[in-house]
Design a protein around this ligand. Sequence first.
Ligand code: C2E
Ligand code: CA
Ligand code: CA
Length: 763
Amino acid sequence: MINFRIAFSFIFTLVATGLGICAFQAYRSTKSTGKAVSFLDASLIPPLLGNLIIIGAHTETLAKVGYYLYFLGMDLMVLALVNFTSAYCSVTGKHKTPLKQIIVLLCIDTVQMLMNPFLGHAFDVEPVDVQGSAYYSLIPYIGQSFHRIVIYTIMGATMMIFLVMTIRMPRIYKEKYLVILITMIVTTLWQTFYIFSRTPINRSMIGLGIFGLLAYYFSLFYRPLKLLDRMLSNIASDMPEAMFVFDPNFNCIWINETGLKLTQLGTKDLEKVSEKLEDIFGTIQHSNDVWEANKVIATGESKRYYTITLRSFNDSAQKLAGSFLTIRDTTEEQNKIRAELYRSNHDSLTGLYTKNCFYEQIHKTLRENESTRYYAIFIDIKDFKIINDIFSTAFGDRALIQLANGIRSFMSPRCVYGRIGGDTFGIFMPKEEFKADEVDKALSNFIVKDGQVEYHIFVHMGVYELSNEDSDVPMMFDRAHLAISTISDDYNTHIAYYDKKLREQVLWNQQISASLTEAIETMQLRPYLQPIADADGNVIGAEALARWIHPEKGFMPPSSFIPVFEKNGMIVELDKHMWRCACSILQKWKDRFPVLFISVNISPKDFYFTDVVSDIMSLVKEYGISPADLRIEITETIMMTDAEEKMKLLAKFREEGFIVEMDDFGSGYSSLNLLKDMPVDVLKIDMKFLSSTDNKNRSETIVRNILRLTNELGIDSLTEGVETEVQYEKLSQMGCKMFQGYYFAKPMPVEEFEKFAAKGAKR
Ligand code: C2E
Ligand code: CA
Ligand code: CA
């Protein structure tokens, strides 16, 4: 027969050891309930030890020690249980545990128990026979009943909490509370049974121990796995990605909603999945690791993009256990990326390639078609800024769009074209496709229409033929652009080619730019003076015009170098030199020709690069001449930028006593309107601008009107380019005050002019 004492001693020891280990592990756990579990499990050890002692006790005293350990241990255990319950059920806030009251209650119970040796009110023991030897059974008194009431009340309360939690919690978590609740109920009933049946050896201790172990497991390790599985599977089902799970033989064993939609199969057609997938996406590779591929599926007009990923997984023995396939529809992302790319590569106004993209496409074309001969063509709208100013930017935009569409309509698939800048476009085309005549015709009739407004826009094209070695794309277009400069003032020619002459021109430009400083220092660059006469034909002054007497090239007119320097900004150096020369001449003339003035030219670029007013002021001071003797010639083009600022500068000149002359009136976009606000003293009207336009009568009318206007505005007038006596007389009659032109004299060296002036110089 089994020896119960030994058997239960063994079981109790085992359970106590288990609890000890759990308490230790729980203590080290990082989980929030760790400490509470540790305390609970540790607190279960004293009652177990107490019972172990009771089982093994051979004397009454030892048995009593066991009982004390048991009862006081139970008080501690109940405290730990309360602590554990509030941690496990996360009891916070309003429903705070009445911990203080519980502790007081347990303290009272502990004290009254400890009084038992003196009062004998709680319990006593008596030996009963168990399997032939004495077992000290309990005789409870009132104190013991009090102890039981305390323990049961608190345990009952905790069970209530677990009951509420079980009812209230979502299904997925219920079992976590239910298990604890059931264990508690079973243990309590078992305990009660033990108390009332008065059976020796308190077996319900095992229940208590199991409760401790379960608390440990459910607090620290339990995850509602089944429900978790279901939940994950639900999530996977609703995923926007199509998902498939395959067994090692690549038979589909699971497929989510999206997968079903994608393959247009039902849940019962799982065996058809592999075949169907291959039909749609082609071969899917079953490698051992991860396989990924991007596929494009065209359905009618539209394309759809997919990213396919296959992951294989092995079991613990490294044998293939199955694979998991996801198919993600990336169409929207791809479309977004494509749209973004399109936006960054295409000009938003015209829809043509942007400069960078255009150049890149050319590189590509060149790589792919090595043997083709190409033209790089630069297209520029003449005076686009003026179009914008006179009409509106909306009209300007209209012009750009129309030009872009025009370009597009001429292009074959072998051509590349794009917008290089604001009003400039580029074309890259095989040489044989360029039909100069057709293009020229199209450009001659380029009329922009926007509602009522209609305007003939002038477009220039520069053409550069690539040589075999050419690979620098920006350079090709620089050269094509350069070609335009040869026709930029020509309203009859639309197309210019970069050729040998132009190349030489570029070289020449570089040469003269490099030698400008020297030319100034050695006076190769010097002023020629062209007389200016009054209505009676008397010389009253001169205009200083630059001439370059080149050591190799000889006499050079300003048209061969002024435009070059105006373009590269070196005109400032030249003009400063001319101003200084003029001042020096005026200083020399102080006694000889005190009434003569000299007009100097100021290029619009000068205003960019230097403080013109203070430069000229300091020269006048340096040479001690009167500002009234140095006249300032500016052109109306300076008003094209920062008009207000320029007005201030002109006003400043006049304040300082200079006479300001508006040069070349009638050449640009003269605005008579502007004239009345312009702080100028003299208007220079150039005959060549007038005579070049159609008939004589009309130019006469224009001059007559301008002269009348200047009279009204109190501005003096000077006509330049007067070549004949007839012109001179007519202009005199019309009321012009001053004259300049070959009719009187051509520009001449200073000494010659001095002689000319000394003669009195009436023609
Ligand atoms: P501009 O200031 O309008 O100078 C008048 C130009 O008309 C001069 O040409 C002069 O020789 C020319 N001319 C004078 N009378 C007649 C005539 O009866 N018939 C014809 N057909 N032409 C006549 P030039 O000296 O060749 O100068 C050309 C332009 O170069 C000037 O036009 C001016 O814009 C510029 N330029 C000349 N010297 C300078 C300078 O020192 N600085 C700057 N910034 N520009 C200058
Ligand atoms: Ca001038
Ligand atoms: Ca002029």
